[in-house]
Ligand binder design. Structure first.
Ligand SMILES: [Zn+2]
Length: 235
């Protein structure tokens, strides 16, 4: 059964360039209420939008048709591509975010996000390694959807990547030295012309959410190795 989606179209879109849709970017709205967020995403003056909004109760709204370019990622980079709006689909997940009282994502909301992602993945050639956070593609500007978002659960349901090992030891010690760490992060998809702590925080928000320190501790390095390996294996 397909997901019930309500239309709340936004004027903030244009035509896509002639490139495949190969990236799925998840966001949180970062506003006090769902209504505030939807109003802003439909405000022609704001010039921002996303293809979908998922409310806390799991209600899904379509703001921009997938064949159009929505304005959600801004300056962004992943796996050698920049300005990802042209090749991506954006989902805004309602949550006040770090600025207004970051809270857990309700189970119903997460289930709706998962179902929506599965439907999108069935329609487009989006590899698992390209299912990413706004913070992954804009590490110096963004922290959404943040460390409370359950990427692990999504991956268990076939959306995105999550390494099997949860302890450092089975994955090896990880890269040694800044150059090797940057090479590993680059292989995963991150741009690497940013300070290492900024990149490590972005990595941790997605793949090692227990401590967002920006530090290259042993557990983070092991997880980087595990994700890098998974990316290589699922090419
Ligand atoms: Zn965002």
């Amino acid at each position: 059964m397909s997901l019930f989606i309500r239309e709340l179209l936004s004027p903030n879109f244009d035509s896509r360039p002639d490139v495949p849709i190969d990236t799925l970017i998840l966001h949180y709205t970062g506003m006090k209420s769902a209504q505030d967020a939807i109003d802003r995403l439909r405000d022609p003056v704001a010039r921002v939008s996303s293809h979908y909004v998922v409310d806390e109760d799991g209600a899904v709204f379509r703001l921009v048709p997938e064949e159009r370019r929505a304005f959600h990622a801004g300056i962004s980079h992943w796996r050698g591509h920049s300005l990802l709006n042209g090749r991506s689909i954006g989902i805004e997940i309602v949550n006040p975010g770090h600025e207004w009282g970051y809270c857990e994502f309700p189970v119903l909301q997460l289930a709706a996000v998962c179902d929506l992602c599965l439907e999108i993945l069935a329609r487009h050639p989006i590899p698992a390694r390209n299912v990413v956070a706004h913070s992954d593609v804009a590490p110096d500007r963004k922290e959404d959807p943040g460390e409370k978002f359950d990427w692990h659960s999504l991956a268990r349901n076939g959306v995105g990547l999550w390494p099997k090992c949860d302890s450092p030891s089975p994955c090896g010690l990880g890269p040694q030295g800044e150059r090797e760490i940057l090479d590993a992060l680059s292989a995963i998809g991150y741009r690497t012309d940013l300070p290492l702590p900024v990149l490590l925080r972005a990595f941790q928000r997605h793949w090692r959410q227990e401590a967002i320190t920006g530090e290259a501790d042993e557990g983070t390095l092991a997880r980087i190795t595990a994700v890098r390996q998974l990316v290589a294996d699922t090419r």
